[in-house]
Design a protein around this ligand. Structure first.
Ligand code: PBG
Length: 329
């Protein structure tokens, strides 16, 4: 007997019936960059279609994000000035704190997440406080907890530490509990690799380290078992959602973490992944829209429940056209 799997692919109605994975607008989280000023909408050259927005423009854009059905945004701040402690990161009137408050006031239904890190705010561009030229883990924990608390005070629903210091989830969880923010969630960048795919983001956020690299705290792309260790630690320490970053070259990691961990798993479809698609599409070498949707669907198939992606708005529009569930044909 010849086995004929093609029977299930013969016509689109049957294909619909046996489809295993769906991409939904509810899966998307939209990253946004916020800067000081008014009426500012500054394009980011390496990330076509992405902008550095002042708070008023951010509020407008966030309204559009919500009206497309996207449930959440994650904010990255561009400070006025940098210093060795990254002090604007935890300032009451820092750019992210202002942005969160404005969003909670003007677009209250939208879930607001905040990136908790120091690299945009420190003059040396590292994700922590330096002691003798190296990032000092435990001093950094105190500052990270202050940043997270200031975001919670401003009204953020989730804080998302992206620094890869040991023990930061516990330190942030304890601080939030102690100060009355028991309902503020932690989206942990649990499995974050020292990746070259962050290049366009570092240009957008002006966060390139001034010396050395991040290999002393972000993970080695060669390691998979270590991903399970990092994810398990963040679960124990009190994370609510576990994130893997980047997404596309790490689908095996997403899959493994999904099968070991019971929390929702998020994947960050990072700036380099976005820029490659945009650049090839601009040249006419690929069909950008289809590649985008296939990429996002495959990240879900690998095991991600949620996807942070600069494609969020475009993907949401495409999903609306496809009646909210993307099908290749
Ligand atoms: C901050 C941070 C980075 C990204 C998210 N948070 C940069 C880095 O670690 O160097 C990258 C996001 C992207 O490339 O889209 N630590």
């Amino acid at each position: 007997m010849v086995r004929r799997p093609r029977r299930l692919r013969r016509i689109s109605t049957i294909r619909r019936m046996v489809k295993e994975t769906y991409l939904k607008v509810d899966d998307l989280i939209c990253p946004m960059f916020v800067k000081h000023g008014r009426g500012e909408r500054e394009p980011i050259p390496s990330m076509v279609g992405q902008y550095r927005l002042s708070v008023d423009e951010l509020v407008r854009e966030a309204g559009e994000v919500l009206s497309l059905g996207i449930p959440a945004v994650i904010l990255f701040g561009l400070p006025k000035e940098k210093d060795d402690l990254g002090s604007e990161a935890y300032a009451r009137d820092g750019i992210v704190q202002q942005a969160v408050a404005a969003l909670k006031d003007r677009v209250p239904e939208l879930v607001v997440m905040t990136d908790v890190c120091l690299c945009q705010y420190t003059d040396h561009g590292h994700c922590g406080i330096l002691r003798d030229g190296v990032v000092d883990n435990d001093t950094t924990l105190e500052i990270l907890s202050r940043i997270a608390l200031s975001h919670a005070e401003a009204g953020a629903e989730f804080v998302a530490p992206s620094d890869m210091m040991d023990g930061r989830v516990k330190s942030i969880r304890d601080t939030l509990e102690r100060d009355g923010f028991k309902d503020t969630g932690i989206l942990a960048y649990a499995v974050k690799y020292a990746s070259s795919f962050y290049g366009p983001f570092r240009e957008a956020a002006d966060s390139t380290p001034q010396f050395g690299d991040r290999a002393g705290y972000q993970m080695d792309p060669a390691n998979a078992r270590e991903a399970i260790k990092e994810a398990s630690l963040d679960v124990e320490e009190g994370a609510d959602i576990i994130m893997i970053k980047p997404a596309l070259p790490y689908l095996d990691i997403i899959h493994q973490v999904r099968s070991h961990i019971n929390l929702p798993v998020a994947a960050y479809n990072v700036s380099g992944e976005y820029a490659m698609v945009k650049a090839a599409a601009q040249e006419g070498w690929i069909e950008g829209d289809r590649v985008m949707m296939e990429m996002l669907l495959c990240i879900k198939r690998a095991g991600a429940d949620l996807i942070l992606t600069y494609f969020a708005k475009e993907a949401a529009k495409s999903l609306i056209e496809h009646e909210n569930s993307y099908t290749e044909n």
